[in-house]
Write a protein that binds this ligand. Sequence first.
Ligand code: NAP
Length: 315
Amino acid sequence: MAATPTVPEVVLPSSTGQRKMPVMGLGTAPEATCKVTTKDAVLEAIKQGYRHFDAAAAYGVEKSVGEAIAEALKLGLISSRDELFVTSKLWVTDNHPELIVPALQKSLRTLQLENLDLILIHWPITTKPGEVKYPIEVSEIVEFDMKGVWTSLEECQKLGLTKAIGASNFSIKKLEKLLSFATIPPAVNQVEVNLGWQQEKLRAFCKEKGIVVTAFSPLRKGASRGANLVMDNDILKELADAHGKTIAQICLRWLYEQGLTFVVKSYDKERMNQNLQIFDWSLTEDDYKKISEIHQERLIKGPTKPLLDDLWDEE
Ligand code: NAP
């Protein structure tokens, strides 16, 4: 297996103590077909040099992520929890101002951590309080009090429950609204970005406002979920062959060269290592020309059934 590179970091400007986030994190969204447990995968990832983990209350993985961190400390793989950057996300059932602090405290108990590095609003949607259901039934949706929710998140950061607060799946329009009242601006907007959904406008907006973009589904869910726009793309195959790399590595290298952070999910030892090997080579101008020809289409259209018409504000 190739040697472990050091993953570069970015500073989150609105975080407590100017927290640094490794540009690459390990995703932990569950996959029914995956045979490796989250605890084993996170532990293996720590051994391989991953220091950033992307969890969510809705993924049901917080307990396992916490157990892996505790085990890594016990084994001496890390000397302090602070060597890790841990993100979690509040589910839509908790997007009520009075439920935010207790929801984050519950996540911390499940993770066995005193604080998070980053907490995100998973979706700009609120449903009645209750159990996690996926997909979300549209009949359960109530008004999303963005200002009230954000003020509670700011409280979480002030209380030291998290080093940074952020959004996920926010359009430019929703970020503009958020910025109009935020006293602590969002450190991050985590959204789908991959070679098949490059999101140039949203990325430019975030850059101008100092919001770090974290790309999710950077491989459009990888080859294991069947054919897809990037992992099955002839242009990318050619490009990968020319560099002696895999399509996944081309996808991740492109994100890195765009100045993005990204969370990629692999629970397979070899692919986990492969995904780390992207920091010491570059794409060429000719590669960029080819990449610009890839058909663009959003993969993750929304978490509700049926889909909401106005979720993305037509962006
Ligand atoms: P992804 O990371 O683009 O793809 C994951 C899939 O690709 C897995 O099936 C994985 O299988 C496979 N894979 C990984 N590396 C590979 C490689 N080098 N070659 C071939 N296949 C490879 O998709 P994702 O899980 O949807 O997104 C990543 C993370 O983003 C999630 O886990 C989650 O943490 C986050 N996310 C957030 C949101 C949100 O709403 N905020 C939405 C979606 C995802 P193996 O495990 O077998 O390698």
